[in-house]
Design a protein around this ligand. Sequence first.
Ligand code: MD6
Ligand code: FE
Length: 204
Amino acid sequence: MRLLPGFLSSERQHALVVELRAIVASAPLYSPAMPRTGSPYSVRMTNCGSHGWLSDRAGYRYSPTHPLTGAPWPAIPRPVLDLWHETTGLAYEPQACLVNWYGPEARLGLHRDQDEEAREAPILSISLGDTALFRLGGPERRSPTRSFRLASGDLMLLDGPSRHWFHGVDRILPGTSRLLPEGGRINLTLRRVTLPQLPMPGGR
Ligand code: MD6
Ligand code: FE
């Protein structure tokens, strides 16, 4: 795992919020449902990119369209793509950008991100707004865990073994950031879903 605390200047954070408000205007936030039980998440979600991550009674999957509007997801904004290349050093692009929007009471249970065919591609997490108490475990649900804070402007890269570790958000610390006038926290996770094409040896 690579933590990049304070990576984003206040200007870059504000610019991302402007992009995200435009995304939410065309792809509205919704409350996903847990597989099988259908109980709602406390986090509201939307996506941008060609592949949007969905959770509902039927399970977890990637979809090219919004579950309520039926429209294709908006594109991943340029500044977000730039952050992916800047931090991962990878030439290929991410295809999914899940937008998690937390109110003061929202949390996210311990889980692994396992719905991607590109199992070894890193995941980049971008945090904006109120600080989260983030929990990172290990390869098994029972592995020991530790918790730490993710503040506005912090980036975290889950790469190598940590790509497959359990993690979640224990809680939000309300009033810890003034980036979002309405309060709360936004987290973006950027992922590659399908296997990137390998460059042709000697090819163009
Ligand atoms: C969050 N993050 O920070 C939730 N997943 O709100 C995640 O679930 C996550 O931060 C995969 C990789 C990095 C993450
Ligand atoms: Fe996750």
